[in-house]
Structure formats: structure tokens, C-alpha cells
Design a protein around this ligand. Structure first.
Ligand code: CP
Length: 339
């Protein structure tokens, strides 16, 4: 049994879903107790996600997986998670292949799809749009990213990865040092993760962002108001020095408008930098995709075999975490171990 894994069963939830709602729209639906339960559910899902064990708990159920914006990991891991639970996945990708291209409203689209499916996953370029889908749906709607808004399933898999990897290293999230680097302005994953981490105690955050891409001040204030220390750093090297986990993000040029042409050359994390500044027992995380193009400002794609690099383990955890999202939304988590 791997260190830190919970017992292979979970009690029925006192309240269904996420903070009293079956829709998952924001990490703000979680308090510490809700997050700890969610992590235990994801632990229960691990052997089913890796097919060491099988379950048909969602046999006969249908997922409508609607992606109106590009995705590899989120779309396929939501689909894989539903299939691993025994359900059937219907995919729509791109606005072009939906009747929204003919002017159909979000309300009508969602209302109709809710009649065909037991759960709806939506990625959409407009902030707040997934909440509009939820308002029209009588089945759970799960936010897979709404523009520069939130990406709660990514933040849940990030926090799950930190918890799991720290437990292997004999560390705890409480009291740890988390460095966040890159596009902290438009990177929705980093906003959601900062909110979830702020549920823990006495963290030290070190932040580095290229000029124009700093973390929004209201988020810095939110984290500080929960008793955490936040230091804004001048260089990536300074931010990662002494960190227990580094969370790097891609420059989100697609969300920038006229700032997109700016050079962000001061941000690039390469092997020499992590060898000089990153502790030997630290985690190096990234939500992916990382930009592999020549000269891209990002986590270098040449870093692939460093043991601190957790990015592929992080992506793998997406299946167990999204299985937990479905079983919690549909109130069947407690049935999985026995089914
Ligand atoms: N991390 C993430 O959201 O990746 P995709 O855009 O490939 O889904």
C-alpha cells in the first residue's frame, strides 16, 4: 500500500455534491473539511483509474462532454474518468459543430442537453458561461474552464498531487512553501489553486510573474487575509529558492489582446536554473500544456527525467480526481469500493 493513501472505501456524503451544490463551478465551494473528503474520495478512485480494479457504478449513465475551447488533458481525462466508472461519453468539440453556431443560447443548449445526459462537462471561452449552463440544467454541470475565470477540476488535481507527493516525502501542506511562477494574471489554474491552498495553515507563497502578468491584487490580499505570507519576487530563481513545490504556468497569449506581442523573455525555467536553485526534494509542477516552441517563455520542454518533475504524475492524477468529481456529483462515491 502506498504511503498516504486512505482506506479503500468512503462514507456517504452528509451533503451531496460540492458545498451543497451538485454543480462544480468554483473552488470556492470547498472548505477544508470538504476538500479533505474530496481527496479521500480521489484516493479511493486511484486503483479504478489505473484499472487495477474495475467498477460499473455508472453503467447506463451518459456524459455530455462539451468543449468550446481547445483541450487535450481535461477533455480526455473527464471522458476516461466517466468511462472507467462504466458510463458512456458523448463529445462535442468546437463551437462550429454545435447549434450555438446558429445562434442558439446557452440556456436552450443546456436545457436540451440535460434531457440527454446525467452530467455535463463544459469548457467555454467566456468567464461565467459555465454558471449559465448550470442555471439551465437539472443534471450536474462541471466547469472544465471558463475563459480566464476558473478551472476547478485542475486545481483539485493539483492539490491532490501536492498532497499525495508530499505524503511520499513525509511533508505536509500546512506550513509549506509554494512558489508560483509565470502568467499569474491570466492563468486560471493558478487562481483556483491559490484559493484552495489558502484553506491550509501558515503557508509561504513566493510569486514571480513577468511584467504585466502579475497575480491580481485581490487574490494576493485574499491569501494574506487567511494568514499566509506572500512575497513578490523579482526573479524566477529567487521565487523557487527553498520551495517545497514550484507551480509554473504557461504565458496565456490567447487571453491577452494587445499585450500578446510583448516579449516575456525574462521567464524561462530550464535545467540549469532548477539545478542551481530548486531544493532536491521539491516538486516541479505545471498544469500543461507547456509551450515547446523555440524561445518560448515557459518551463523548458527539455526537462523530462528530473525526479522533481511531477507534471506527468500530475496529469495522470486527472483521471482519479475527475472520477471523484463524477461520483461526488452523482452521490455514488460510497458505492464504488463495493460495486
Ligand atoms: N491543463 C489543461 O487544462 O490542459 P488542456 O488545456 O489540454 O485541457
Amino acid at each position: 500500500k502506498e504511503a498516504g493513501l486512505a482506506a479503500a472505501s468512503i462514507e456517504p456524503a452528509e451533503h451531496p455534491g460540492f458545498g451543497g451544490s451538485r454543480h462544480l463551478l468554483s473552488v470556492e465551494q470547498f472548505d477544508r473539511a470538504g476538500l479533505e473528503r474530496f481527496i479521500r474520495v480521489a484516493d479511493v478512485m486511484q486503483p479504478f483509474a489505473s484499472r487495477q480494479e474495475t467498477t460499473r457504478v455508472l453503467e447506463g449513465a451518459v456524459l455530455s462532454n462539451l468543449f468550446f475551447e481547445a483541450s487535450t488533458r481535461t477533455r480526455l481525462s473527464f471522458g476516461a474518468a466517466f468511462a472507467r466508472l462504466g458510463g458512456t461519453v458523448l463529445d462535442t468539440t468546437g463551437m462550429t459543430f454545435s447549434s450555438m453556431a446558429k445562434g442558439e443560447s446557452i440556456y436552450d443548449t443546456s436545457r436540451v442537453i440535460a434531457g440527454y445526459a446525467d452530467a455535463i462537462v463544459v469548457r467555454h471561452p467566456d468567464e461565467g458561461s459555465v454558471a449559465q449552463f448550470a442555471a439551465a440544467s437539472n443534471v450536474p454541470v462541471l466547469n472544465a474552464g471558463d475563459g480566464a475565470g476558473e478551472h476547478p477540476s485542475q486545481a483539485l488535481l493539483d492539490i491532490y498531487t501536492i498532497q499525495r507527493e508530499f505524503s511520499f516525502l513525509g511533508k505536509r501542506i500546512d506550513g509549506s512553501h509554494i512558489a508560483m511562477l509565470g502568467d499569474l494574471r491570466y492563468g486560471r489554474t493558478v487562481h483556483s489553486l491559490a484559493r484552495l491552498l489558502s484553506l491550509y495553515s501558515e503557508l509561504t507563497f513566493t510569486l514571480y510573474a513577468p511584467t504585466q502578468l502579475e497575480m491580481p491584487e485581490h487574490l494576493v490580499e485574499l491569501v494574506r487575509s487567511k494568514g499566509h505570507s506572500v512575497e513578490i519576487c523579482e526573479t524566477p530563481a529567487h521565487a523557487m529558492a527553498g520551495a517545497d513545490a514550484v507551480y509554473a504556468t504557461r504565458i496565456q497569449r490567447e487571453r491577452m489582446g494587445e499585450a500578446a506581442g510583448a516579449a516575456f523573455n525574462e521567464y524561462r525555467i530550464d535545467q540549469a536554473m532548477i539545478d542551481a536553485h530548486l531544493p532536491s526534494d521539491a516538486l516541479l509542477m505545471h498544469p500543461l500544456p507547456r509551450d515547446s516552441r523555440e524561445g518560448a517563455a515557459d518551463l523548458s520542454s527539455e526537462i523530462v527525467s528530473d525526479p522533481r518533475l511531477a507534471i506527468f504524475r500530475q496529469a495522470d492524477n486527472g483521471v482519479a480526481v475527475r472520477m471523484a468529481i463524477f461520483t461526488e456529483a452523482l452521490s455514488v462515491s460510497h458505492l464504488v469500493a463495493r460495486s
